[in-house]
Design a binder for this molecule. Structure first.
Ligand code: SF4
Length: 762
């Protein structure tokens, strides 16, 4: 597609904003909306307040039950077309987030060394004065670009407005994009014209006749409506193909499971594309009328044979053929899941997701039941009174973005580049960092570099609810209100059944926690930044609702949600593909114009060096990254992670199930102790752990040093050449038991196409 950068930025903004952060306001007011002590069984005789969950980014509509001023239970909003009365374990446990004794309760100032976690309590005035003083000092001494801001979640945009108004290009190096969804978003945007992996995923598993999951471990990775659609599809008889080096929860349900060699997924996809074309399994009408680049695709993939892929991927040809033919038979009602977390190997991550999008198009699975579908936008207004007044940002003489990544994100600068600039002072010094709602020491790979960067700063402050590692390293910590204690921007859902709803306080904010809007407004005043003119936080909600012909009162009367008719599917003659050409790009000329591949190529990820195995990671159904680890109920369900170790490898090493080991990576970094799960359910050339454990913040009494953190084993990262995302599966470990380092045997031969990783220590 001939999308230029400006167009990419423009189109991405809406989805990326939805991905990461809805502009939000705060809530100090307790005004239960649809309070109705029904007295029905299960109601607990409590007042019911509708709101929106944020125990993860999925934002399920909920009802909070409040008795004697205390939140006692959370359920799904029965009017919600996506989750009904259901919430997941984390959604339920929002109660414990509010009442977690380790919450950041007051503004705090660091007393000991960075990371030591020693604090003194200060007043809000003192905290905001000190932040404003340091911002002004750094800006005056080094210029506006010396200020940087990392954020995530619905609490981010108020403060982001301040950094934009201060004139820095570093207004967000956002881990949710650069360490997660970025490559997948870019691939789909440039192939089918829109991002299928926003806060919502526009893939219609509920109506699919077959589903392909590549590394998506649904069931362990849980988002309520997404899982419901997946289960609906399977219950209706959809066939399931799962590609994963690990026998995941999804693999357990698969009709065909392909235990692929890590790092070779694109080889499999390209061989499948070749097979689909050469065996005439593609949708000729769709390709002829709605795609461009078919001849280029055919020529570029013709040498990727099944025999070749079988050797590279360590799979069997009959299984690979059976899988693709099963998917082809279901077309066009076939769901090639676009994936989400896509920062695996750096080079090749965009190409992998591009291949998934191409396969989707070859099957004609665009805008049809079971395929990827089109979002239906719900109209809502813009609340200008909740924004900072900002001039256009004047770029520095040499921008961090300069000539590096032709398809980088629409916002701010690349996470890895900002960290490097803080450490090196090049191309300009970055001396102050604001962090909001994200634990960058756990989230950005190579925490050692992140900590080094923090030590190079003149000043760092963070706004958060729980004091993870990043808070422990901050100079000032601000207590943010929990999502159940504040307003946020009106939330419009653009999935199969669109709706509009509002996050609002279920209980008043505890301690001295303040809403993000309050914090931004009061900091802006000190920095002479204009804007943030809403008198009270309901004002911006009312402003946004007005454009939809609604008000808070009307929304409350509707039970907190208004639904609209959706138009997810399109007849072929009314298909509007959102690319410049109006066609699906089977070859992306815009990529080629920047010296990148128009059609994906297989770029092998180096194999583990001798004696090591690859570290892979994933999600827990009861935790959201590191941020729920201290939650009493969730900690009870899963207090620590375990290291999945292949049973044959374990036998060679003399390691038994439940033994405690540590890991040492290729650069000699050691993990915290972790228990082993000996299982045939993982390949011998990989070990696996769930992400988010192994907290090193002494301020989290339950989570501290429970399990091991995958991020602390990541010191080798590769940046994606398209948009600068950072790889997270390019690190290798060996096992340390009883102080003895054990070399991992190579039980699966590595083919000649795959080079070994060159380790200085192997
Ligand atoms: S999936 Fe669970 S944690 Fe995420 S928003 Fe929904 S209920 Fe909350």
């Amino acid at each position: 597609m001939s999308l230029n950068r400006r167009e990419f930025l423009k189109r991405s903004t809406a989805t990326c904003a939805a991905l990461t952060a809805m502009r939000m306001g705060g809530g100090g007011l307790f005004r239960p909306a649809s309070a109705a002590a029904s007295g029905l069984p299960g109601s607990l005789g409590a007042a019911e307040v509708t709101s929106v969950c944020e125990m993860c980014f999925w934002r399920c509509p909920i009802v909070g039950k409040v008795k004697d001023g205390k939140l006692v239970k959370i359920e799904g909003n029965p009017k919600s077309p996506v989750n009904g009365t259901r919430v997941c374990a984390r959604g339920n446990s929002g109660v414990q987030l509010v009442y977690d004794p380790d919450r950041v309760k007051y503004p705090m100032k660091r007393k000991g060394a960075r990371g030591e976690g020693k604090w003194v309590r200060i007043t809000w005035d003192e905290a905001l004065d000190e932040i404003a003083h340091n911002i002004q000092k750094v800006k005056k001494q080094y210029g506006p670009h010396a200020l940087a801001y990392f954020d995530h979640g619905a609490s981010a945009e108020n403060m982001r407005g301040i950094f934009k108004a201060l004139g820095t290009e570093n207004y967000t190096g956002e881990p949710a994009f650069f360490q997660c969804v970025g490559p997948a978003a870019l691939a789909y945007l440039n192939t089918v014209g829109y991002i299928t992996t926003g806060t919502r995923q526009y893939n219609d598993m509920g109506h699919a006749k077959a589903i392909l999951l590549i590394g998506s471990h649904l069931g362990e990775n849980i988002h309520v409506s997404h899982i419901r659609e997946y289960i609906q599809g399977l219950s209706n008889g959809a066939k399931l193909v799962v590609v994963d080096p690990r026998f995941s929860a999804a693999a357990n349900k698969a009709d065909i499971y392909l235990p692929i060699r890590p790092g070779t997924d694109t080889a499999l996809l390209l061989a499948w594309i070749n097979h689909v074309i050469s065996h005439n399994l593609y949708d000729k009408d769709f390709v002829a009328n709605h795609c461009q680049g078919f001849d280029d695709l055919k020529a570029a993939t013709k040498n990727y044979s099944m025999d070749w892929a079988a050797r590279v991927c360590d799979l069997k040809v009959p299984d690979m053929v059976a899988a693709i033919e099963l998917l082809a038979k279901a077309s066009p009602n076939v769901n090639i899941h676009p994936g989400r977390h896509s920062t695996w190997y750096g080079k090749g991550d965009v190409g992998r997701h591009q291949s998934q999008a191409i396969l989707t198009a070859l099957f004609g699975a665009v805008g049809v039941p079971g395929g990827i579908y089109f979002p239906t936008k719900v109209k809502k207004g813009k609340a200008e009174c909740a924004e900072a007044e900002a001039e256009e940002i004047q770029p520095p003489k040499v921008s961090l973005k300069e000539g590096k990544y032709p398809f980088s994100a629409p916002f701010g600068t690349v996470t890895a580049d900002t960290i490097k600039a803080i450490i090196t002072g090049k191309p300009y010094p970055v001396k102050l960092l604001g962090v909001n709602g994200v634990n960058i020491i756990q989230t950005i790979p190579n925490p050692y570099e992140t900590m080094k960067a923090i030590n190079n700063l003149d000043f760092i402050f963070c706004e958060d609810i729980m004091a993870g590692e990043t808070a422990a390293w901050s100079d000032i910590v601000l207590p943010g209100a929990v999502y159940l204690e504040r307003y946020d921007a009106v939330y419009s859902y653009d999935g199969l059944t669109p709706y509009l709803t509002v996050r609002q306080p279920v209980v008043p904010a505890l301690y001295e926690a303040k809403s993000p809007y309050w914090i931004a407004k009061n900091l802006a005043k000190r920095l002479n930044i204009k804007g943030y003119t809403c008198d009270k936080e309901e004002d911006f909600i009312e402003e946004e609702l007005k454009a939809a012909g609604l008000s808070l009162a009307k929304l409350h009367a509707e039970g907190g949600i208004v639904t609209y008719p959706g138009k997810p599917y399109r007849d072929r003659n009314e298909l509007e593909i959102g690319t410049d050409s109006g066609k699906v790009n089977l070859a992306v000329e815009e990529f080629a114009s920047k010296g990148l591949d128009a059609v994906p190529k297989f770029i092998p990820a180096p194999a583990p060096p001798k004696g090591y195995t690859r570290l892979i990671y994933g999600r827990s159904p009861v935790h959201t990254f590191s941020r729920t680890m201290n939650n009493e109920w969730l900690h009870h369900e899963e207090p620590e992670n375990r290291l999945w170790l292949n049973d044959e490898v374990a036998k060679h090493l003399g390691i038994k199930d439940d033994e405690v080991v540590t890991l040492e990576n290729q650069d000699g970094k050691r993990s915290l102790p972790i228990k082993v799960l000996v299982t045939p359910g993982i390949r011998p050339d990989a070990v696996y752990m769930t992400h988010g454990f192994g907290s090193r913040s002494p301020l989290l009494s339950r989570a501290y040093k429970k399990g091991a953190a995958d991020g602390f084993m990541m010191t080798n990262t590769i940046e994606d050449p398209y948009m600068g995302a950072t790889s997270k599966r390019t690190n290798f470990v060996r096992i340390v038991k009883d102080k003895k380092v054990l070399a991992i045997p190579e039980l699966r031969p590595v083919p000649r196409e795959i080079p070994y990783f060159k380790s200085k220590r192997a």
